[in-house]
Design a protein around this ligand. Structure first.
Ligand code: HEM
Length: 282
């Protein structure tokens, strides 16, 4: 009897959690951050905070808060949020808090933040956190005449950022880990504003996301019905690599296992170092 009771309690808790996770987010309450609110280099977490789907002040991001906000807001799976969120926790000033503030994520290189971002400057030039319209425009130039961002344009725009920054930043770093993380970021915006299998988001939706840190709900966007997960992001990363023509470090095979390990901040034997293309550029 006691066992049955315990089982019922567990199921009730599970259904309660599930109900909360599945409940729809309210996308209509967007406000720009106020004074004292924390924002960081990730346009997705910033946008979710601007909508109040994550805490508006951008502080105290725990794994359960991230799971709920990211799944309701963008339909991104826990197999991505948990490892990336855990690496985010490592950026926090106090590990004991088991949470981070969005600006903690600006810590460079060892964790997630890297050079050659799509919409931020490299740390060498000062501000690697705030949106930079000139840099973002150099990305938009690759698809500004199109209605949708196709994989080839997105891949070329990303790789162009690597080439430009490696030429102008004397302290440019671009390890294999940085490279894969950067690819997964492009895969993520193609997935959540387009389709996790085929990408192809509307250009205006992507621009609203980066330029205003707002989810383009008023313009007709809804979270995709299909979840963006580790498998879909890995497949799209491979497609982007092929489309952009970047040479991978010898022996680097981009598998779900490898991408999962990189996102979880685990050491990757044999791939740490600069991809060969950068050695040619420098
Ligand atoms: C716990 C979850 C997440 C964490 C801790 C996180 C963290 C970060 C960090 C630190 C960066 C900066 C990388 C850089 O230097 O460019 C970044 C960039 C980015 N993130 Fe997130 N992120 C998370 C979830 C997501 C999700 C769900 C999306 C879905 C669209 C996303 C999309 C992006 C994009 C597109 C960029 C590239 C920005 C740019 O290059 O300018 N992130 N993220």
């Amino acid at each position: 009897m006691e066992l049955l009771h315990a089982f019922t309690v567990l199921i009730t808790i599970f259904v309660g959690i599930l109900g909360k996770v599945c409940a729809e987010a309210d996308f209509t309450q967007w406000h720009p951050p106020g004074p004292g609110d924390s924002r960081g280099p990730c346009p997705a977490l910033n946008s979710l905070a601007n909508h109040g789907i994550l805490p508006r002040n951008g502080r105290g991001m725990t794994i359960p808060i991230l799971i709920k906000g990211i799944s309701q807001g963008l339909n991104v799976g826990n197999d991505l949020t948990i490892p990336v969120g855990t690496v985010g926790l490592l950026a926090s000033d106090s590990l004991l808090k088991l949470s981070f503030d969005l600006d903690d994520l600006s810590k460079h290189d060892e964790l997630i933040e890297h050079d050659a971002s799509l919409s931020r400057e490299d740390i060498y030039f000062g501000d690697n956190t705030r949106f930079n319209s000139e840099i973002w425009q150099s990305v938009v130039d690759f698809f500004r005449h199109d209605e949708r961002v196709n994989t080839t344009a997105a891949a070329r725009a990303r790789f162009n950022r690597v080439k430009v920054q490696s030429g102008r930043n004397p302290e440019f770093t671009y390890s294999a880990k940085n490279m894969i993380i950067s690819y997964t970021e492009t895969a993520q915006y193609l997935s959540v504003f387009g389709n996790p299998l085929t990408g192809n988001p509307r250009v205006d939706w992507v621009r609203t996301f980066f330029e205003e840190e707002r989810l383009p709900y008023n313009e007709g966007w809804r979270p995709p019905k299909m979840t963006t997960n580790l498998a879909t992001v890995t497949a799209m990363t491979l497609e982007l690599i092929l489309a952009g023509g970047e040479v991978l470090p010898e022996g680097l095979e981009v598998t779900e296992n490898l991408v999962g390990k990189i996102l979880a901040g685990k050491p990757i034997e044999g791939i740490i170092g600069n991809p060969p293309i950068i050695n040619r550029i420098l």
